[in-house]
Design a protein around this ligand. Structure first.
Ligand SMILES: NC(=O)c1ccc[n+]([C@@H]2O[C@H](COP(=O)([O-])OP(=O)(O)OC[C@H]3O[C@@H](n4cnc5c(N)ncnc54)[C@H](O)[C@@H]3O)[C@@H](O)[C@H]2O)c1
Ligand SMILES: O=C(O)C[C@H](O)C(=O)O
Length: 345
C-alpha cells in the first residue's frame, strides 16, 4: 500500500518533483504521543501499515498499551509497543525515535475556536516537548495539537531552553488544509481529487489558512469564491458541528498526519524532491514579526531542505495573506510569551 513508487505523487498526493528508488530497509522508530485518542488510534494504524516504519512507539496518559496490543496483530513487520506514564514511560518511548507525532491534547467543541484550547493544550505540548528534547533531541517533531499556530512556537522555545533547538526538525502539521482545499475544488470543478494539490499557506486556523487557487490555474468569483475560501478556512468547524460535541476531525487528520510522516520518511531515506506544505520556523515574513509560516517546504534527510517562497498571488489572495499575517503574529507571540512565563522545571 505504501511501497515506494516511481510516480509523481505519493499515495497521499504529496508532490514529488523527482523520485529516486527509496527503500524501506532503514530502521525507523516513530513515536505517537496521544496515541489512544481520536487521531492517535487511526494515525497509529496507518503508520503500522507503512513499511518504512520499523518500530512504532505509542504513548498516552491512558490506553496506549491496549491500542498497541491491538495494532501489533496486524501482519506487517514493524514492532509495536505501548507506553504509559508509569513503567518504562515516555523516556523509553521516545529514545531513538526519528519522528515524533504529537496529537495529544483536547479537541474543540461547537462554539469554540482553536485558540480556546490554548490554556489546556499549551501545557500538554510543553511537557511533551520537554520529554522529546531530553530523550530524542534530533528527532523530527510533528505538532498536530491545536492551536498549531501557537503550539509550534511553544515547542521551539522548549527546545531552545534546553539548547537543542534545530529549526529544520520542527513542523506544524497543516496537511489537512491542503487535503481539504484539494478535495473541495475537485467537488466544484468535477476533477479527480487525487490530481489536485492546492497550495495552502499561512497557519492553521480560520483566516490564517490561505489557499492559493490561482497557482493551480483556477479563478473563482463572487459567492462561489467566498464559499470556497470559507469552507477551506473553516472546514474544521464543519466537522466539529457535525460531531456535535464529540470532538473534531480525527480520521481525515490521521490520513493527513500519516501522509506528512510518509513524506518525511521518504526524504530521510534518500528520495529527493519531496515537497509538503508545513508550518515551520520561516524567513519569509520575519521582517514583519511573523517567525513561523506555512508554505511549500522541500524535505530532506535533515528535515527542512528548502523553504519555498509563497509565489505569485492574485490581488484577492494578497488581501487574504495580509489578514493572515496579522492574526499569525499574535498567535505566535501568545505562545512564546506563555511558554517563557510558564517554562517550569
Ligand atoms: N493540526 C490539525 O490539522 C489538527 C486536526 C485535527 C485535530 N487537531 C488537534 O489534535 C488534538 C487531538 O485531537 P483528538 O481528536 O485526537 O483528541 P482526543 O481527545 O480524542 O485525543 C487526545 C489524546 O491525547 C491524550 N493526552 C492528553 N494529555 C496527554 C499527555 N500529557 N500526554 C500524552 N497524551 C495525552 C488523551 O488521553 C487522548 O487520548 C486536538 O488538540 C485537536 O484540536 C489538529
Ligand atoms: O477544527 C479543529 O479544531 C481541528 C482541526 O484543526 C481541523 O482543522 O479539523
Amino acid at each position: 500500500m505504501f511501497a515506494a513508487r516511481q510516480a509523481s505523487k505519493s499515495v497521499f498526493g504529496a508532490v514529488q518533483r523527482r523520485t529516486f528508488s527509496a527503500t524501506a530497509s532503514n530502521a525507523t522508530k516513530v513515536a505517537v504521543l496521544g496515541a489512544a485518542g481520536g487521531i492517535g488510534q487511526p494515525l497509529s494504524l496507518l503508520l503500522k501499515l507503512n513499511p518504512r516504519v520499523t518500530e512504532l512507539a505509542l504513548y498516552d496518559i491512558k490506553g496506549a498499551p491496549g491500542v498497541a496490543a491491538d495494532i501489533s496483530h496486524i501482519n506487517t513487520k514493524s514492532t509495536v509497543k505501548g507506553y504509559e506514564p508509569s513503567g518504562a514511560g515516555i523516556k523509553e518511548c521516545l529514545t531513538g525515535a526519528e519522528i515524533v507525532l504529537i496529537p495529544a491534547g483536547v479537541p474543540r467543541k461547537p462554539g469554540m475556536t482553536r485558540d480556546d484550547l490554548f490554556n489546556t493544550n499549551a501545557s500538554i505540548v510543553r511537557d511533551l516537548a520537554k520529554a522529546a528534547a531530553d530523550a530524542c533531541p534530533e528527532a523530527n517533531i510533528l505538532v498536530i495539537a491545536n492551536p498549531v499556530n501557537s503550539t509550534v512556537p511553544i515547542t521551539a522555545e522548549v527546545f531552545k531552553s534546553k539548547g537543542v533547538y534545530n529549526p529544520k526538525r520542527l513542523f506544524g502539521v497543516t496537511t489537512l488544509d491542503v487535503v481539504r482545499a484539494s478535495r473541495f475544488i475537485s467537488q466544484l470543478k468535477s476533477t479527480d481529487p487525487a490530481t489536485e494539490n492546492i497550495t495552502v499557506v499561512g497557519g492553521h486556523s480560520g483566516a490564517t489558512i490561505v489557499p492559493l487557487l490561482s497557482q493551480a490555474g483556477y479563478t473563482l468569483e463572487g459567492a462561489e469564491r467566498d464559499e470556497y475560501i470559507k469552507r477551506v478556512q473553516f472546514g474544521g468547524d464543519e466537522v466539529v458541528q457535525a460531531k456535535g460535541g464529540a470532538g473534531s476531525a480525527t480520521l481525515s487528520m490521521a490520513m493527513a498526519g500519516a501522509r506528512f510522516a510518509e513524506s518525511l520518511l521518504k526524504a530521510a531515506q534518500g528520495q529527493s524532491g519531496v515537497v509538503e506544505p508545513t508550518y515551520v520556523d520561516s524567513p519569509l515574513y520575519k521582517d514583519q514579526g511573523v517567525t513561523y509560516f506555512a508554505s511549500q517546504v522541500e524535505l530532506g534527510p535533515n528535515g527542512v531542505e528548502k523553504i519555498h517562497p509563497v509565489g505569485e498571488m492574485s490581488e484577492f489572495e494578497q488581501g487574504l495573506l495580509e489578514v493572515c499575517l496579522k492574526d499569525l503574529k499574535s498567535n505566535i507571540e501568545k505562545g512564546e510569551k506563555w511558554v517563557k512565563e510558564n517554562m517550569g522545571n
